[in-house]
Design a protein around this ligand. Sequence first.
Ligand code: 13P
Ligand code: SF4
Length: 371
Amino acid sequence: MLYQPPIPSKYTEMRERDLIAAIADRKQRLGRRLVILGHHYQHDDVIQFADFTGDSLKLAKIAAAQTEAEFVIFCGVHFMAETADMLTSDDVHVILPDLAAGCSMADMAEIDQVEDAWERLTDATDAKIVPITYVNSAANIKAFCGGRDGACCTSSNAPQVLEWALRTGEKVLFLPDQHLGRNTAYMMGYPLDSMVVYDPHQENGGLTDAEVADARFILWRGHCSVHQLFTPEQCDQIRAADPAYQILVHPEVPWEVVQKADLAGSTEFIVKTVAEAPAGTKWAVGTEVNLVNRLTKQYADTKVVRSLAGVQCLCTTMYRIDMPHLLHVLDNLVDGRIVNQIHVDPETTALAILALNRMLANVSARPVAIK
Ligand code: 13P
Ligand code: SF4
């Protein structure tokens, strides 16, 4: 995680209505030079200023389409800003309002560990392994995959990317989220016993050569600490209390939870599913709380939307992006200074872009259901 120096106290001490007025003013002054992107997990305070909202795939595509703007402020987490930087031209400056907004899942695959794993796995089998990284990973992991005929995917197109991978190779190394890998492969018809878990903290990944040779999918032992909080018992409790609830989850939740759910898909899939559902329907949603709260409010008159969990499943790093940090980077832009720029070096970008382009080549018109 990067270090974010404290911003001047004048920002953190400002009243809410002054912050709103100041951000709107700076946005207006920067006009078409600026685009603000907001991931669905951002708080409403921030989303109100987003020119575009979306999941990782949608926002990556929107970033890639920017030709006019000089500045893209990414209200999301570090890997999303890195991806946007790699997909935009050198004239576009990507800014993350709080540099400490990382992703704990992305941090679970480090380049040295992945290089060791690759050596170990390719020693254990002659079969062609295709490395696929979830977009929730650092730029150097994307470059690793790009340089070895692999690709990136998001939760909106993981099945298409895995189908592509198995057309070009025999096995998949899936980084860093074991749950998205398992849930997607299972949905595609592959049994659980065709998958093994590689643990970077164990000798040889905790796998024998025979296990590597027999497996179709080698899943990295990584997870999202927010989505790990959802359990099958919560599904049972909701259904027992009110069978009218439909359970809709993000595919970062464990496999056992997806088995109990009605539907699973990316944040954009979740947003679309609730939007298109008939009035009177009830939804228990297994994903980050800011998105669930927004859906609850948005459809309060027509539908019931609640969190699947009793506890508040908050992504604390997404939550670091707030109005004071947004105003701080905007004020600097208005004064001609770029602060908190996210820039990936050209060597890493050259390889990572191969993985990102393969991701963007395997996209359907709508985010796909993982269940
Ligand atoms: P989406 O691509 O579905 O928005 O997921 C990103 C993420 O970080 C979920 O935890
Ligand atoms: Fe990362 Fe989980 Fe936060 Fe998504 S919700 S950004 S996977 S820590």
